[in-house]
Write a protein that binds this ligand. Structure first.
Ligand SMILES: [Zn+2]
Length: 497
């Protein structure tokens, strides 16, 4: 169902009322409804068989109607495909209006017809004649086996929404039109009196000139197509449609930055800047270096402008008080939540996690966090994302001096629970500077891919670490690893931030 009453067809009628409203001209509609039905309807019964019913995704009534017919024709193009074919910008967070649906259907190869028709409504007589002609034409198409998508008012309440339905038949015995209703499941072969349909069909943007929308679904040379398995423009449109309803207030701006949707309460310019300079920048690089697959779900990146907004909206949107002042990733809510006033480093860190989850779900926590924290502070080197020293260095250097840093065997063998909840204070920094070391030796990329490939035999990544550090020679022994740790500690001690 549509949530709006806007003009769905503007390409033919250049004069569109700026102050239009379908229900302001209710008088004309009442006149039509009051017209007594003349003798028996001159239409014969007709029914187009074997059109499966499809329930629409939110706001995809037109697209779903098209999918029904495409499925009957043996095509694999679904409502998402139809949306994508329309070229409609998914950031608008809505489904097709008539104009876009018309373009999509043409592109797919239907002989759609004119799409939008005008009925002269200057007099009751001309209006009745005009609507009758429209119905005649639709019925004639049904007889030829051609269903139509029509745009009509949802029902006869005032100010009702506009809605696409698929007309597939007519029953002369009851004078009813038969249609598939995309708004609900199990709403195949719904029926509506012809009088009612004729009342709901015209869109009265102008008092004396009604717009009648009918898209014929006569197959011409249909293209071949299949919806892709990754996120389509349609997926984003549906997602943003839902997100818009959850915005705490209207000062939030939404920027689509696949595979994320960035939403923030800073200025539009700032939100856009974070989307491009941080989100896109990071995604481009980590995908090139590590991750083939996008996250399994569309993830919202919430950027709250300050601590107050961050805390207030966390409670409001996710019913929780954050345990960190910077930001976090919640796989439960499919969100990255940031207090963006603390900088973009945490955002880069958190972006790594959903990619890791979809590409290397068995990744041990130490490596997941080591890699994510490596890029908290990063730049580009040779087109690659490159971690730099950062604030985690000082604490680690102190721990090294105090001989408090556990062995790598210990670090690697920590369970997720141990890593997060029994952290001696060095887990993140030790993992980060191990990754940093591997990066500086040119081994980090190889380590990621080997660790992932070997994760069944070596779930902790420790054996893989021994092998990668050996750089083609015999894998390191535990004793060698102790020697390596001494070398690594010296190296870390020499680093500067
Ligand atoms: Zn993390």
């Amino acid at each position: 169902m549509k949530q709006h009453n806007t003009d769905r067809f503007t390409s033919r009628t250049t004069t569109r009322l700026t102050l239009f409203s379908g229900f302001l001209v209710v008088t004309a509609a009442l006149l039509i409804a009051a017209t007594p039905a003349t003798a028996a309807p001159p239409y014969k019964s007709v029914y187009i068989d074997n059109i499966p019913h499809v329930k629409q995704k939110p706001d995809f009534c037109g697209e779903a109607c098209a999918e029904m017919v495409l499925t009957k024709l043996g095509k694999k193009m679904d409502q998402d495909f139809v949306f994508d074919a329309s070229g409609l910008d998914p950031r608008l967070g809505r489904g097709c209006y008539t104009k876009e649906l018309y373009q999509a259907l043409k592109k797919i190869g239907f002989k759609v017809g004119t799409g939008g028709y005008t009925v002269d409504a200057r007099t009751n007589r001309s209006a009745v004649a005009g609507m009758t002609a429209q119905f005649d034409a639709m019925h004639a198409d049904l007889v030829r086996g051609i269903p139509s998508i029509i745009c009509m008012h949802y029902d006869d309440r005032p100010n009702t929404t506009e809605h696409f339905r698929l007309i597939i038949g007519y029953d002369a015995a009851t004078d009813e039109v038969i249609y598939h209703e995309p708004a609900h499941a199990d709403a195949a072969n719904e029926r509506m009196k012809r009088d009612m349909l004729i009342k709901l069909w015209p869109l009265k943007y102008q008092r004396t000139k009604w717009t009648v929308i009918r898209l014929r679904l006569e197959p011409g040379r249909l293209i071949e197509g299949e919806s892709s398995s990754s996120f389509t423009a349609a997926d984003y449109a549906v997602h943003i449609h839902g997100l818009k309803k959850r915005l705490p207030h209207d000062k939030f701006h939404i920027v689509l930055q696949p595979p994320f949707v960035v939403v923030g309460d800073q200025s539009q310019t700032m939100v856009r800047r974070h989307a491009t300079q941080t989100v896109q920048w990071t995604v481009d690089r980590i995908k090139r270096q590590y991750f083939k697959k996008d996250p399994d779900e569309i993830i919202d990146v919430w950027l709250f402008k300050d601590t107050e907004s961050y805390e207030k909206h966390n409670l409001q949107l996710f019913s929780q008080k954050p345990t960190t002042p910077y930001g976090y990733y919640s796989p439960t809510h499919n969100v990255l939540v940031m207090n963006i006033s603390t900088g973009g480093g945490t955002l880069v860190h958190e972006i790594v996690h959903p990619f890791m989850a979809s590409n290397f779900p068995a990744c041990p926590a130490w490596f997941n966090e080591g890699l994510a924290s490596l890029y908290e502070q990063s730049s580009t080197r040779g087109g690659k994302i490159w971690g730099l020293t950062n604030w985690r260095l000082g604490g680690l250097q102190t721990a090294i001096t105090d001989r408090r840093v556990p062995s790598f065997k210990t670090l690697c063998s920590t369970t997720t629970e141990q890593f997060y909840n029994q952290d001696p204070g060095t887990n993140y920094s030790q993992a980060r500077y191990l990754c940093y070391y591997l990066q500086e030796r040119g081994l980090l990329n190889e380590y990621y891919h080997q660790c992932r490939a070997n994760s069944q035999q070596d779930p902790t990544g420790y054996e893989t670490l021994k092998r990668v550090l050996a750089a083609g020679r015999e894998p390191l022994s535990d004793a060698d690893m102790a020697t390596f740790k001494v070398r690594w500690e010296k190296y870390v001690a020499s680093l500067r931030f």
